[in-house]
Design a binder for this molecule. Structure first.
Ligand SMILES: O=c1[nH]c(=O)c2[nH]c(=O)[nH]c2[nH]1
Length: 302
């Protein structure tokens, strides 16, 4: 006999935009998000018996996201995710967990004639601020906050040598190389007892995001990196030091390679080693380096 081992359903790719208008100053502030809400609970019979009496329609889930966005603040995203998830577990007796993902897209205020414009914005990159929250009945709220899609490059100040050399190795050791990656970074908060505990932490969420972003860029820029591995570990430990409430910090970093091009075939042009100026950016394959750092020794399930 087969049985349902795990089931979750909901609405994905719910795009939401919210504007806040300050009537006194005329300044408007906008937030654009992509939201996913998946529900878990006593819903097996909808799969096994075709009994929809346990199904909160995904269309209703989408409607709820809009209504909650109207009724409550949508920032910080950690708060809005917790408000949404708490609504579902409190409203439906048979729903035991809500998995809420919020991707916040960038709308950066324009500076016009040296002044912040009251209602005009631009997209200054594909970077997003992401939150994954799990709201469980009687078990509190688990939140992973993160940065995704922050594309960075440094043209020097990166090395890679001393690695295993054997009959499979062709890569030369380098003491000066280009380093580029697309930052995917996350930090997991200690479990919150419930929505009130999340509310009590509201200022900490924006601060942690700012700290993580600044630490990522400062460490990347200033360190003479011996490897992606070592640089990302340093970033993790600095974020842990900056944000006391965080239990783990993780990074997943592609190593976006830029290959030297030997142009000596053309009039003996020197374009390798210290003479390299023109490079060929690679689309793939790329290295992919991942780490999760915890405060104490946790059993590793990487
Ligand atoms: O920082 C790096 N780490 C690696 O593990 C690796 N492997 C590789 O070919 N280049 C690099 N660079």
């Amino acid at each position: 006999m087969a049985s349902v081992a795990q089931a979750r359903y909901g609405k994905d790719n719910v795009r939401v935009y919210k504007v806040e208008r300050d009537e006194k100053t005329g300044v408007q502030t906008v937030t654009e998000m992509t939201v996913c809400v998946l529900l878990e609970g006593a819903i097996e019979i909808s799969y096994t018996k075709g009994d929809n009496s346990v199904v909160v329609a995904t269309d209703s889930i989408k409607n709820t996201i809009y209504i909650k966005a109207k009724e409550h603040p949508v920032t910080p995203p950690e708060l809005f995710a917790s408000i949404l998830g708490t609504h579902f577990i409190e409203t439906y007796a048979h729903i035991t967990a809500a998995h809420v993902k919020i991707i916040t897209h960038r709308w950066t205020r324009m500076t016009i004639d040296g002044k912040p414009h009251p209602h005009s914005f631009y997209r200054d990159g594909a970077e997003t601020r992401n939150v994954d929250a799990v709201i469980r009945k009687g078990q509190g709220i688990d939140i992973r906050s993160g940065i995704v899609g922050l594309l960075v490059l440094k043209s020097t100040g990166s090395q890679f040598h001393g690695f295993v050399r054997d009959e499979f190795t062709t890569l030369p050791e380098v003491w000066d190389r280009i380093l580029s990656t697309d930052v995917d970074c996350g930090w997991v908060w200690k479990t919150f007892s419930g929505l009130n505990a999340v509310k009590a932490s509201i200022p900490k969420f924006d601060k942690a995001w700012n700290d993580a972003r600044e630490i990522t860029m400062k460490t990347f820029a200033e360190e003479d990196s011996p490897s992606v591995q070592n640089t990302m570990y340093k970033m993790c430990t600095k974020i842990m030091d900056a944000v006391a409430e965080v239990e783990t910090v993780d990074y997943s970093l592609p190593n976006k390679h830029y290959f030297e091009v030997d142009l000596s075939w053309h009039k003996g042009i020197k374009n390798t080693g210290k003479d390299a100026e023109v490079y060929a950016p690679q689309s793939g394959p790329n290295g992919l380096i991942q780490v999760k750092v915890a405060r104490s020794q946790l059993s590793s399930k990487l």
